[in-house]
Structure formats: C-alpha cells, structure tokens
Design a protein around this ligand. Structure first.
Ligand SMILES: [Zn+2]
Length: 245
C-alpha cells in the first residue's frame, strides 16, 4: 500500500492562506485507488502529481468540514469523466448529503454508488477493505478509519477514551491541529497526540493536518521532539510525501 499526502494543512487559517496544501490523502493498493478528504485544491494537487483521476475507485470523506470536503464535487466529476462514465464510489457521513449538503445533488448519480458511512462498519473497494471507528467527538458527524492492521487514520476529534485503541495500527496518521489544548475546540492538541501514540504504540506515527500554531512551531521539530520523548518514530508529513506501508 502506498500513501501520499496531497496536503498537510488543517483548519481554516492554514487552508485560507494555503501555507501548506489541503488535498488530503491518496492511497494506492494494488490496482485500487482512493482519495481521502479532498479539501480545497485537491484537484490541483492530484494534477500536479499526474494522478489520473478517471482511475480513482473511491472518494472517502471523514466529515463535511470544508478543509476535508472542499473539492469533493470536482473530484466526483473527475472520477466519472464529467459524469459521462458512471463509476467509482463515494463514501461520506449522512450529514454531507442531507441539510446544507456539501455533495451537490446533481452529481450524486455520477458514481456507481454513494455510501452513507456508519460507525464500526467494514467497507470494501476492489478488495481493499477499511473499517470506520465509532463516531468522533467533533462538531459534525465524523469518522476515523482503519485499513486492517496496516494503517490507522485519526481524523478530526477531541480526545476521548478509546481513541488510541480504535485506530491502532502499524502506521498511524494523526491530525494534529493545536499545540495547546483548548476547551471548546474539539481538535487534538500535542498532549492528546502524545497520549494516543503512547497508548497505541504504532511502528510509525505520522502527524499531519497542521493548524497555524503547529505550523509556527515547525511540524518536523514537533515530530523530532515527540520521537525523543516517546522513544518510537514520529514523522511530520510534508506536502507530496509518499511512503510504502
Ligand atoms: Zn473538522
């Protein structure tokens, strides 16, 4: 499985200023290709890296916030060749489709299937299976994901008991938005991320989805610091970074 970071920016100010890209994650496993959380500019990031979006098998939204779903419509059009070729699947929480939908109604017929995600359920795309976690603690319906024991993806959430166990995998991608924990902001801060890594003990933890305070602290230095303190490898994602899992 190959994982590519099409962006590492999280939250509104980083995204608005495009201090880092906000295209989400791209997974290739055998012949299966999946786009996760295509935020604003995702289509540009994929084009820049010469990914043929007509070969995409699925688009997955962890939740409906703009920094995760900004380019979902253009990505659906790209996957389905402008809607002329009915193919691929879109997985998203129900609230991305219902009130004030982020997925436009006119293009919901374009993919082969639009799947409403449910907690703790297994899904498969061309033999690549993934499971959703219980609902995260966030302002909207939000899921985390596991791709077997290979990859755990800790998306936006406030810290809660069980979060480490639910995403535990050999490699864990964790959204680090805040340096300081702030009550009322349902996002992971540095202390939360450290706790998750200590509890889950992945072979490799990759921090991404940086908010402004993390960016100012230099994510690679934050990662180095975590590695020293925890004693297992923590890496900061960079735009365009790829790794084989
Ligand atoms: Zn969010």
């Amino acid at each position: 499985m190959k994982l590519t970071f099409m962006g590492t920016a999280g939250a509104r100010f980083m995204v608005a200023k495009q201090l880092a890209a906000s295209g989400g994650l791209y997974i290739e496993d055998g012949s299966t290709r999946m786009s996760l959380d295509p935020g604003p500019g995702a289509v540009v990031q994929y084009a820049k890296r010469k990914v043929d979006l007509t070969k995409l098998d699925a688009i997955v939204l962890s939740h409906r916030h703009l920094d995760h779903a900004g380019d979902v419509n253009v990505m659906v059009e790209a996957m389905t060749e402008g809607g002329f070729h009915r193919r691929g699947r879109l997985f998203c929480p129900s609230d991305a489709l219902d009130d004030d939908p982020v997925v436009l109604r006119y293009l919901r017929q374009f993919p082969q299937e639009v799947v409403r995600l449910e907690p703790e359920k297994e899904y498969a795309v061309n033999g690549l299976s993934f499971t959703t976690t219980p609902l995260h603690v966030h302002q909207v319906e939000t899921f985390g994901f596991r791709f077997g024991d290979r990859l755990g993806w800790v998306t936006d959430s406030a810290y809660y008991d069980g979060i480490a166990e639910q995403h535990k995998a050999e490699v864990m991608v964790i959204h680090l938005v805040l340096m300081q924990c702030r009550t009322g902001l349902p996002h992971l801060c540095l202390e939360d991320v450290e706790r998750i890594i200590r509890d889950a003990r992945p072979r490799l933890a990759i921090i991404t989805h940086f908010g402004m305070t993390v960016w100012r602290a230099h994510p690679w230095e934050v990662a180095e610091d975590l590695t020293q303190r925890i004693g297992s490898e923590v890496k900061a994602a960079r735009d365009g970074m790829s790794l084989e899992l």
